[in-house]
Design a protein around this ligand. Sequence first.
Ligand code: EPU
Length: 432
Amino acid sequence: MMPMDTFVVDGLEGQALLSGSIAVNGAKNAALPVMAASMLLEGGAKIHNVPDIADVHSMLALLEDLGAYASFSKDGACSLRMNDAGGTVMNTDIAKRLRASILLVGAVLARHGTVTFPHPGGCVLGSRPIDLFLKGFQELGCSVTEQGETYTLSAKNGIHGGTLFFRVVSVTATETFMIAATRASSPVTLHNCAMEPEVVALADFLKQSGAVISGAGTPTITIHPARLAPPLESFRIISDRLEAGSFLILGAFLGKEVEITGAEPEHLEAPIETLRAMGVSVTIERKQEKESTLRVSRPEVLSASDIRTHEYPGFPTDLQAPMAVLLTQATGESSILETVFDGRLNYVDELIRMGADIRVWNPHKATIKGPTPLKARDIDGPDIRAGLAFLLAAAAASGTSKIGNAHLIDRGYERIEKKLRTLGLDIQRITS
Ligand code: EPU
């Protein structure tokens, strides 16, 4: 059985005492699609700046189970070779661990003409259907058969070209069809696409491998069929804007002076603008061509804010829960409107038990009155981002909290306790 780790956090009683430097890793949500897309490169790829997190290891295990050779070194270099990747049936146990397993559907289908996979698992954020994937592949000439929770897609005559319109904006659907369409018989145009930086990063990876793609980063993407050239010797994963955004919120919450290195501020406009409007000073020092150092600290008074999550470039849904924790310390009434998922306020009850004054009006809307002191509690994080939010709440609380389900936080954050300790937080991991 998997060990169930718990974080033990000694709270700072709301005092802004954290200081020092914290580094941002490569982006989980950029690494996973790039790893899946490598399936289409005969010679595979060498990918750098890959975070050492549980979801990356699950993706590696899925690829290996399909016959790929995969190696991962602690410095974040990941080598993938696909010569023997002949499998077409995804391992159910592993695929159920992460929603991103769906990204492999397009790659395996494009490579072998068939793929069998379970309904993907991942964070419970509401219903999370896969209708866009099934309908889209049918429109591109594939057949879909369903047996319980297992699906088989077949493209006997190959994947056709055509035009797809996504009913809702979906990051992984956009990415899956970009990957699959590189092997379609004629061009594929996707409308109402996600514009996330991770989509652009995947397009860069595919283009460097020989794909012909235009429009990534806009709502309309066109993919022209092309044989991908083997192998891609070096591709660097972009900085994780969600990890950087989480650290910015931490700095605004408890920072005396927190420095965040290796961030990409151009991908963080909505969170930075929101924090500045609340009175938080965020300074940006450009270091390399793209990656920068951010400095952030807690202001004397935090102003209330109205947060509305939105697809990129709007305020990221993945920072909604950490932001709610910060809003408990803002003066006045703040509000949160979650527009991306229908079950992403499920963590609020625990914050209320910690002393937050939050009212949930419906599954999408909550109001938060502050500032209110937070008390320590023993709680389990329900998903990656809400788990991180609980760590922030525990860091500010009076007393010692235990935050269970550390494995969920480990899915998205590399050795978070080590990073937070460098800022002066008393946090330990216990394994039972
Ligand atoms: N949706 C459908 N039908 C579909 C697919 C999606 O209705 O077939 C709906 C979803 O239910 C949701 C909306 O579309 O209401 C948007 O979901 P999306 O498909 O964009 O989410 P995702 O691709 O499954 C990615 C990230 C998530 C992030 C969301 C939103 C990856 C691997 N995951 O998920 O990241 O929250 O986009 O930005 O890229 C995380 O990192 O903790 C995380 C959950």
